[in-house]
Design a protein around this ligand. Structure first.
Ligand code: FAD
Length: 480
């Protein structure tokens, strides 16, 4: 008698409730991963995500071998692959952890019905969220649209997140394992050019890598998180986002470990509360996506449908390549390209710059991030883009326009971040680092910078761009 455990965005063995449930049947458990590019449609995994996935699967397979099992890989539309596979191995049940992307919900519902029709049991669990979206409701019974009351309700009214469950010690496996495709044949890694060269220096996909990162964060950085989390030049945030996305660690493990650290280490309580509230933003984004499934494609506030967006491929390309002439923006876009990640403060700055200074639709930014972030996540990415654009549920007001110069001066005061990613400006004094076009000729000369040659002139003038964006906003305000 055999059951299937279907790995999805829960690529771990510990605190994996559906895997533990499968192990608890005492039947042979076959661990399956399906590479399904079809179901997500335009949200098929981007390049950077594929890189992370490849290594996370490789690591998971090794971990499963430690339990006497291994991973079976199949590619194709899961709606067909899973039932076929269940027939192939004569499975009596399938176990999985829930996903919240609209296309995944639709597919999983269809799969449940199809499998049950064939007398195959289906059991799903929650491995990815502290609070499932339908369990948090306003007094009048609807979903929350504003973060603070949402998070207050989670913390006050919802049952405390369960303690993480331990990894099963072993998995019963058949002598003859089903056929598996080869991970290397899936082409998830870049070949030429290898744009992911810098990734491995930063990321260790897989359960152990995630655990180590959490331990590093709690021991070395958590105490200062509140004060330093907005400083992109300092390693002050956890870097757990890709691990959370692929589920090689779960939010309950992080939540309880963080709470334990606050008890153990005096003076860290406030910082840890702030960190947990950031996990709360992740919960909120999933809450929004679940209740408003068109969040990735449609303005949550419909008045933005009439916003006079500009279509300008050249400007978009310069933004993507980190060649806008605004060093803080360019540093962020280059960090993204080189490492597959960008600091949250800088994500806000570059997103605001695209949407407001360049007046390019947030969907172009969302799509670029989708392809280039190792943590690309439908809920977090779409909620955050709509937040910055001003079109979202609990959004920053459109008229609040980030100034890329003063943001740099404030959050990268020593210029370490800009110098790391925009090395051609490394010798400019801090005073001019965030607005090199204001530097006198002799200063530029001494720093070895010729604007327009070594580093671009600014793509737009800040004040003029600001006025143009506010003008666009006035138009839709008048119309609504
Ligand atoms: P930490 O500060 O250590 O926070 C811990 C965890 O909390 C993160 O790993 C993440 O899971 C969650 N978190 C933190 N901030 C946010 C936030 N603002 N919204 C939702 N969850 C949050 N995050 C993604 O995971 N995937 C995305 O695709 C994504 N796209 C974004 C796009 C834009 C335009 C912006 C402004 C933000 C985006 N974020 C996204 C949110 C945030 O920038 C990252 O989660 C964060 O920078 C990850 O770094 P960290 O793990 O060191 O965060």
């Amino acid at each position: 008698d055999r059951v299937i455990f279907w790995f999805r965005q829960d690529l771990r063995i510990a605190d994996n409730p559906a895997l533990s449930a499968a192990a608890g049947t005492e039947k042979e458990v076959i661990c399956l991963y399906i590479l399904d590019d079809e179901t997500p449609g335009e949200w098929a995994m981007g390049g950077a995500g594929c890189w992370f996935l490849h290594h996370a699967l490789d690591s998971l397979d090794k971990d499963l071998k430690g339990l006497g099992s291994k991973l079976v890989l199949r590619a194709g539309n899961a709606t067909e692959v899973l039932p076929d596979f269940a027939d192939e191995i004569s499975a009596t049940a399938v176990f999985w952890n829930r996903l919240y992307e609209p296309y995944a919900i639709k597919r999983d519902k269809a799969l449940k019905a199809c499998l049950r029709e064939r007398d195959i049991e289906v059991e799903s669990s929650n491995a990815s969220l502290l609070f499932e979206p339908w369990t948090v409701e306003t007094k009048s019974g609807g979903p929350y649209r504003v973060f603070s009351p949402f998070w207050r309700a989670c913390m006050r009214d919802c049952p405390s997140p369960d303690e993480p469950i331990k990894a099963p010690k072993s998995l019963k496996t058949p002598k003859q394992h089903p056929r598996t495709e080869k991970l290397d044949d899936w082409g998830l890694l870049p070949t030429k050019p290898d744009w992911a060269k810098g990734f491995a220096e930063i990321w260790t996909p897989g359960e152990q890598g995630a655990k180590d990162r959490l331990a590093w964060f709690l021991d070395e950085a958590a105490a200062d998180y509140k004060d330093k989390r907005d400083r992109p030049g300092v390693r002050a945030t956890s870097g757990l986002s890709p691990h959370l996305h692929f589920g090689d660690i779960g939010p309950r493990q992080i939540y309880h470990a963080a709470r334990a650290q606050a008890e153990k280490q005096d003076g860290t309580a406030k910082s840890i509360e702030k960190f947990i509230a950031e996990l709360g933003w992740r919960e909120f984004s999933h809450h929004l996506l679940y209740h408003f499934p068109s969040l990735p494609t449609d303005n949550y506030q419909e008045k933005f449908d009439d916003f006079p967006w500009r279509d300008n491929d050249d400007d978009l390309k310069r933004w993507q390549e980190g060649q806008t002439g605004y060093p803080m923006v360019d540093a962020g876009m280059r960090e993204l390209w080189q490492t597959g990640w960008m600091h949250n403060r800088v994500r806000m700055i570059v997103a605001s710059f695209l949407v407001k200074h360049l007046m390019i639709h947030w969907r172009h930014g969302e799509t670029w991030f989708w392809d280039t972030l190792v943590d690309a996540d439908l809920a977090n990415n779409s909620a955050s883009w709509q937040w910055v654009a001003g079109s979202g549920a609990d959004a920053a007001p459109y008229f609040r326009i980030f100034n890329p110069i003063t943001q740099g001066e404030k959050f990268d005061p020593d210029g370490d971040y800009v110098r790391r990613y925009v090395p051609e400006l490394a010798n400019l004094p801090n005073k001019y680092l965030f607005s090199p076009w204001t530097a006198p000729d002799d200063v530029l000369k001494e720093a070895g910078v010729t604007l327009g040659q070594d580093y671009p002139e600014p793509i737009v003038d800040h004040s003029a761009a600001r006025d143009r964006a506010l003008g666009g906003y006035d138009d839709i305000k008048k119309a609504s």
